[in-house]
Design a protein around this ligand. Structure first.
Ligand SMILES: *[C@@H]1O[C@H](CO)[C@@H](O)[C@H](O)[C@H]1NC(C)=O
Ligand SMILES: *[C@@H]1O[C@H](CO)[C@@H](O)[C@H](O)[C@H]1NC(C)=O
Ligand SMILES: *[C@@H]1O[C@H](CO)[C@@H](O)[C@H](O)[C@H]1NC(C)=O
Ligand SMILES: *[C@@H]1O[C@H](CO)[C@@H](O)[C@H](O)[C@H]1NC(C)=O
Length: 199
């Protein structure tokens, strides 16, 4: 059943190097996925592009978590402060891994082995500070990811529907081909009969 989807994934992967090739000097703020499956690893993607003048800025990153039913109860779960990685005690102990880029435009983390109770809001806050001789200037940006963790992999309804349509189309085309072959065969053999009679 998965062959059609597999092939579309494959074509995506084939296209990917093209995109990367074209876009590598440009920072693109791609939104994070928001659905995870229990027991899998989830990438919490946070890309915060820098202004040209921020190349020499000091970047500090904070990741917060707010449980689904604990509105406003936000806690710090990961921090990058002046180059040091800090993991405060939380329900994610030992399950968070930094996968950000060296230039700190990508400040993503991976959450390993997600559970249903990890559902909630993740906030990535990026603080860039430029130090001048007499003063400093900071800019902040933050991004929210509302994560939903499903107990089992849920198949997308539209993709199932398009898969079914594909198979119906395939069956129809095969049938049509068969009818055509039989029709042609009859026509040819009839024509042969006629030529044989006329000889
Ligand atoms: C999740 O990450 C861990 C550690 O990198 C790896 O061993 C494991 O295979 C991954 N699990 C899945 C479902 O990808
Ligand atoms: C907020 O979180 C703390 C620590 O996890 C917990 O003890 C407290 O009950 C929570 N409060 C609410 C309103 O959810
Ligand atoms: C994932 O978490 C579950 C429950 O939290 C635990 O039983 C299981 O051993 C964990 N799996 C891995 C690979 O850490
Ligand atoms: C951003 O970082 C600078 C330098 O580390 C600090 O002085 C400033 O208070 C920070 N701002 C926020 C909103 O965290």
């Amino acid at each position: 059943m998965a062959t059609w989807k597999d092939s579309s994934y494959w074509s995506l992967w084939l296209l990917l190097p093209l995109f990367v090739g074209f876009c590598s000097p440009v920072c693109v703020e791609v939104p994070s996925g928001t659905e995870a499956v229990q027991g899998h690893n989830m990438t919490l993607l946070c890309i915060s592009c820098m202004q040209r003048e921020e190349v020499f800025a000091i970047t500090n990153v904070e990741w917060y978590y707010e449980p689904k039913n604990g509105i406003g109860n936000r806690s710090l779960i990961y921090e990058l402060f002046e180059g040091k990685h800090i993991k405060p005690k939380s329900q994610f102990n030992g399950r968070l891994q930094w996968i950000g880029s060296k230039d700190l435009q990508d400040v993503s983390i991976i959450l390993h082995n997600v559970t249903v109770t990890d559902s909630g809001k993740f906030v990535c806050q990026v603080n860039r500070t430029l130090r001048y001789e007499a003063h400093q200037h900071s800019t902040q940006s933050s991004l929210e990811i509302s994560l939903t963790v499903n107990a089992v992999a849920r198949e997308d309804f539209t993709s199932v529907l398009s898969e079914i349509m594909m198979y119906i189309l395939l069956a129809f085309l095969t049938l049509w081909l068969l009818v055509e072959i039989v029709y042609c065969y009859r026509k040819i053999s009839k024509a042969e009969e006629v030529t044989q009679e006329s000889v």
